[in-house]
Design a protein around this ligand. Sequence first.
Ligand code: ZN
Length: 277
Amino acid sequence: MKQNRLYLLLGLAAGILLALLIFAVITMDKTDPTVLKMIEDGELRTGPQAAYPVVFKVEKGERLDIYKHDGKWYYVGNDKKKGWIAGWHTDLDIEPDKLASAEPFKGKTIILDPGHGGSDQGASSRKGTLEKDITLKTALMLRDKLKKEGAKVIMTRDEDQYVKLGDRKAAGDVFISLHSDALTDTAPHGLTVYYNQESQKALADTLHFAINKKTLLSDRGVRQENYQVIRQTKMPAVLLELGYISNPTDERLMNDKIHRQTVTTAIVDGLRNYFIY
Ligand SMILES: [Zn+2]
């Protein structure tokens, strides 16, 4: 009987050992990876979303340590750079977000409202820059870029023409009114983004972030204001004051085509993020 007992004990010990081994293998499989490799060139961002600013470029083949993750985004780096990367650019076998890879402008109608026009010249500078000309130039450039992205664009005016405030509206998904500020004091400068209703604040925040990120305009923030063109619509609507025409630096920027390219690209970027998230 003693012999049998020994076998029983040995069998039990072997069984426990086997169970431990299986458990170890299973948990090893489930352990989060600690290193990843880029399968294409990518960008590290300050947060786990495409809307966050890029801080570093990373190249295909680069190996990066993983510190933590948030959904499909990984906080990675080495001793030279750190930031967030979308998992689908790496060897972690992660499906891209459907939304992020879709065409965010498809089926969207954007109303562009170049402020003033015709007999209403808007603000003007000492040098003779007219707000109505700048808003139209910017809006036409923005229209072309949005069309390229697949959006439908409706303009409240596309030439030097007077349009009543009450007529500056149309059915669509987003309304953007373009303006530039002016004061008798030439010192104030920078970008201000206005919204009217709470439901318009997300659009205002997104465009504010995008324009600030890309352009040289200083930041005067996001504000709620009772402007008619954004009050008279229920859709997400903003009024952008893209600098002060009364400030020489801002005026120089407004008259600079490259600056207008940067501003319009930033607005497209902002809208893309707005439609995606
Ligand atoms: Zn104006």
